[in-house]
Design a protein around this ligand. Structure first.
Ligand SMILES: C[C@H](O)[C@H](O)[C@H]1CNC2=NC(N)=NC(=O)C2=N1
Length: 112
């Protein structure tokens, strides 16, 4: 279990600081399989997970949903036959917060 995945998420609030460029570099190194993408001017953290079939993709989707509920911090999830695209960002700050990297690390844990 990675150090980052064990960190606790702080409550997401309007006005919370987005991660700086330096933090993106440092945190990104802890979740190297994730890409930083920008959509509608919002920086997001995204990874595509692949599976042997739809049933296993769906089971993984459920596990990610559970960890999101536990953290009260939710991703966008696209579930397809054999793959799931997970995208994390913080809606309230329209960008990336440390929480998003913590939850990306936790997502990697439940993919195993
Ligand atoms: C009311 C509820 O706690 C908030 O809307 C939470 C829910 N989940 C969330 N998830 C994400 N990714 N960003 C948020 O700002 C957010 N806010």
């Amino acid at each position: 279990m990675s150090q980052l995945s064990r960190e606790s998420c702080e409550a997401c609030r309007v006005g919370a600081p987005r991660v700086t460029e330096e933090e993106v570099k440092a945190l990104g190194a802890e979740v190297p399989e994730w890409q930083i993408v920008e959509r509608d001017g919002i920086m997001k953290l995204e990874r595509v997970f692949t599976f042997p079939d739809f049933r296993q993709a769906l089971a993984f989707t459920q596990r990610v949903g559970e960890l999101a509920e536990q953290a009260d911090h939710h991703p966008a999830l696209l579930t397809e036959w054999g793959k799931v695209t997970v995208t994390w960002w913080s809606h309230k700050i329209k960008g990336l917060h440390r929480n998003d990297f913590i939850l990306a690390a936790r997502t990697d844990e439940v993919a195993k």
